[in-house]
Design a protein around this ligand. Structure first.
Ligand code: HEC
Ligand code: HEC
Ligand code: HEC
Ligand code: HEC
Ligand code: HEC
Ligand code: HEC
Length: 388
């Protein structure tokens, strides 16, 4: 390398550093403008005001703030989950009736065990199997999973679950403040946070908020990429895919799968659909996008090139009315005939049945003899065949 080259390179590096500095300053200015306009936002710039969640002396106006129990970490509520639900219960993350129709799902279902008799024996769908058993004592969530305990199947995470297991309580710039970027937490080892866009936090359809976002086929999280890898931060072995006896996740849907999804309407109309109206919130996919630029929470389009099947094609991230936090009842061939909770089941109250599918009835939505929603991608119910 000549001396002249070396000098030129140093000049270029200097210039590059200057450009970077200007870019950073501009970015900060833009962020300040954006966030400054959102005066009511609580998780402002990621970190909300400390005293919103912590109390330094457990005392205000001479009265104790936490009445019962002992909140760790100087929290205002008895535990971390209750700290969040103080606001988020009403938004729809833990309602009293199952009216939270969020992408993540309503932790209400953890409190509901359904029983029925099938072919002469008693069957059940227990509350603790309905999702992640977070602890939030002020909101009736007091039990860890009876079978799984506090250990994540397939991984090393082993700790009582709370909102803060997955969301960073002190905020960040990730999708929904999810942990990520190499964060570690009680055996979890988080990769970068998923690329996705959310329609919003108020998922309770009974809420009086005018910025409501219960999900539907026309308003939903728009998923780009990386969600399954993120889940695997705790469920490490569950992402290995074909060959490992695991359903593939964060894996591309080839053109056959895209076509199946795009034209599938129901078991009685498995190929008559329209790709522009194919999106089914009950069975979502990732677009494959690695930036949020073209992700659209109102898109009704089915999968295109690069689209992927992922954990949330089948599961809810928080909880659902069904075992294994399923987006639908996994344990029957014919969802119109059998999907629990069902009218007459033990444990059913209020609107449980209609809330289990976010306000929809399988029969009125899909018709009679609707088979498992695996068929949205696999089309095994073509010709009304006997196998799903
Ligand atoms: C939205 C609620 C919330 C707000 C606001 C909040 N915290 Fe926390 N904080 C928590 C929760 C929940 C935990 C317990 C996390 C866990 O379970 O590990 C915690 C834990 C902590 C801890 C101990 C564990 C750790 O992460 O180091 C410290 C220190 C802390 N917070 C300081 C602060 C400070 C300082 C602020 C203000 C800048 C703040 N917090 C604002 C909810 C909050
Ligand atoms: C004092 C009320 C309050 C508490 C306590 C609170 N939040 Fe929030 N949260 C809000 C508000 C208001 C928003 C929407 C505005 C914002 O982002 O600041 C929000 C937004 C969120 C979002 C993003 C959803 C969206 O709108 O895109 C997540 C995720 C979230 N909170 C999680 C938590 C977690 C986890 C805790 C506990 C560690 C917590 N919140 C505690 C009021 C609260
Ligand atoms: C912070 C760690 C952590 C992360 C991240 C995590 N999980 Fe879990 N998961 C657990 C633990 C612990 C259990 C077992 C305890 C329980 O079910 O309450 C579990 C259980 C489950 C179950 C079984 C529920 C049951 O009771 O049968 C499913 C399904 C599941 N997780 C799916 C997911 C999906 C999908 C994601 C990503 C959106 C995810 N998990 C992310 C820790 C995690
Ligand atoms: C196992 C990990 C995990 C736990 C535990 C968890 N979340 Fe989430 N949460 C997620 C993921 C992943 C999403 C995105 C779901 C989607 O887009 O389909 C989400 C979505 C959300 C949203 C967006 C609206 C919605 O309901 O979908 C809010 C707000 C939220 N979580 C708050 C909370 C609060 C409050 C708690 C505790 C009471 C909590 N989360 C516990 C992983 C978790
Ligand atoms: C094609 C649908 C589908 C996809 C994709 C999928 N799962 Fe599952 N998952 C199921 C079904 C069905 C069950 C019920 C048990 C079984 O069939 O193995 C289940 C069960 C589970 C369980 C409970 C295991 C136990 O021992 O109780 C966990 C945890 C879980 N899944 C996590 C994940 C994670 C994490 C991903 C993504 C990496 C994922 N799943 C992707 C359908 C799926
Ligand atoms: C969102 C689309 C989608 C959904 C929903 C879906 N799958 Fe798949 N499935 C795929 C894709 C994509 C592959 C991988 C195809 C390939 O690359 O060979 C696959 C592969 C499979 C395989 C073959 C695995 C192997 O080792 O060859 C089985 C079996 C399977 N899925 C069963 C199911 C079942 C059961 C359900 C419902 C619980 C389900 N799938 C739901 C998209 C989906």
């Amino acid at each position: 390398m000549t001396g002249e080259d070396d000098k030129n390179r140093k000049e270029e590096e200097k210039e590059m550093k200057l450009i970077k500095l200007v870019l950073v300053i501009m970015a900060v200015a833009v962020m300040t403008l954006v966030l400054g306009g959102n005066a009511l936002a609580f998780h402002e710039e990621g970190v909300a005001y400390c005293a919103g969640c912590h109390t330094m002396h457990n005392s205000q106006d001479g009265q104790a703030i936490v009445e019962s129990g002992q909140g760790g970490y100087l929290l205002r509520q008895v535990d971390g989950g209750s700290t969040c639900l103080r606001c988020h219960a009403e938004y729809g993350q833990r309602t009293q009736t199952g009216s939270g129709y969020g992408g993540g799902g309503d932790f209400y279902w953890l409190t509901k065990t359904f029983t029925w008799s099938a072919h002469g024996h008693e069957a059940e769908s227990t509350g603790d199997s309905h999702g992640h058993n977070i602890i939030a004592a002020d909101f009736g969530l007091v039990k860890t999973d009876g079978k799984l305990g506090t250990k994540a199947p397939g991984g090393d995470y082993n700790h009582e679950l709370s909102c803060a297991s997955c969301h960073d309580p002190h905020g960040n710039e990730n999708y929904l403040l999810l942990r990520g970027n190499g964060d570690t937490f009680h055996g979890a080892d988080f990769p970068d946070a998923p690329i996705a866009v959310s329609p919003g936090r108020v998922t309770n359809y009974l809420s009086t908020s005018n910025s409501k976002a219960p999900v539907s086929d026309t308003l939903h999280p728009a998923y780009g990429s990386g969600m399954s890898a993120w889940c695997a931060g705790c469920h490490t072995d569950f992402i290995n895919g074909i060959g490992s006896r695991m359903h593939p996740a964060d894996v591309e849907m080839n053109s056959t799968y895209q076509t199946n999804y795009n034209y599938y309407v129901s078991s009685s109309n498995p190929q008559g659909g329209n790709p522009n109206a194919a999106y089914l919130e009950m069975v979502p996919f990732q677009t494959g996008d690695t930036t949020t630029d073209s992700l659209d929470t109102k898109s009704t389009a089915g999968p295109g090139a690069g689209a992927q099947v992922f954990c949330l094609s089948c599961h809810r991230a928080h909880a659902s009315a069904f075992p294994d936090a399923g987006r639908w009842f996994f344990e029957s061939e014919n969802l119109s005939e059998e999907s629990h909770p069902m009218a007459g089941d033990g444990g059913v109250t209020g609107d449980d049945v209609i809330n289990s599918y976010y306000g929809q009835s399988i029969t009125s939505r899909f018709g009679e003899n609707q088979r498992s929603l695996c068929n949205k991608c696999h089309l095994k119910d073509l010709q009304g065949g006997a196998h799903g």
